[in-house]
Design a protein around this ligand. Sequence first.
Ligand SMILES: [Zn+2]
Length: 386
Amino acid sequence: MYSLLTVAALADISRLLCDLIALPSVNPAFYSDLSLSGEQRVAEFLSDCARRAGLEVERQAITADRSNLIVRLSPSGRARRRVFLAPHLDTVGNPNYAKQLKPVISGGRIYGRGACDTKGSVAAYFQALLAVSKSGPRPQNTEIVFIGLADEENMQLGSRHFAQTGGRADLAIVGEPTGLNVVTAHKGDVWLQLRTLGKAAHGATPHRGRNAVTEMARIVLALEQDYADLLAQRKPHPLLGVPTVNVGLISGGRQPNIVPADCVIGIDRRTLPRETEATVRREIQTFLKKQNLHATFDTLRTASCEPLETDPSHPLVAQLSRIAGRKTTLGVHYFTDASPIAAAGTPSVVFGPGDIAQAHTDREWVAVKQLERATSILDRFLREQP
Ligand SMILES: [Zn+2]
């Protein structure tokens, strides 16, 4: 495949990924030790590289100690198009975290925390941007903006803040390990809390009370059986299949000798395009009413997690797919930063080296060949912009 990336630049990509893996950046929500958590070390490292290459660097503050990294390559002429390269800088952590900060290259793979989720994408996107800025054909009228996003693994604070403060482009390429597939769709996610109220009584005289756990048990079975069946019978979305429901939390009662007055469940309902929290809530309320079951509803999230659905025939999506050698785009089952960015009006796709099956595992890895190919694809895509 045609590419202006040199052999030296491709060797650099492995070194860049190893450098990134060695910098601790676990999401602070999962790791309180500040010497190992937070995106700032990765952001500072990339800032230094970008400044040395003569690129414009900005830090967009989200909270007192969290920020997005923004690196801009301005076109030589008037900017008429803008492309975002948007991988996240945070990783998950686990008890072996310190060990996973030592990158290992073996058998054509690079091992270490974040290798595929998603420092592999960070390295490929950043290297492509540097290559385009250094030499060869360069867009005359397209601004390329690398956004190192904070907090994807927890609340997506970075992408939400970026989108809410006006970040718009003609296309956003969001980094996740898609195996170099172009992903145009994923489900959304609604979390709801349902509560049943009963009447407390002595455990020796249960007939004097009303058992909130029993009522909730009926609700759980109805949701997991009849409601789940209804969802399974829906017309499947071509890339995403059918919506699903999971009862993931239950809590009720205080001790065995008291009739419980209160029971709560938490449910996770994966949504298809055009479903919202309001439509899901109404649907479940109507379903329970028909079964003569009663519960009150609360939301469990402050920010909504909407489905992603980008038109695969959008010219820039089609161009990326062609360069990546993909005839079709895919849907995935996981939620990404593409959702908040797309919700604010930027057509967004997910694309990156590695396999989501290795993400968050103890032995996370990415194939060097895929890392190199991701860089070449992006290099070519950026250079083809006007
Ligand atoms: Zn990720």
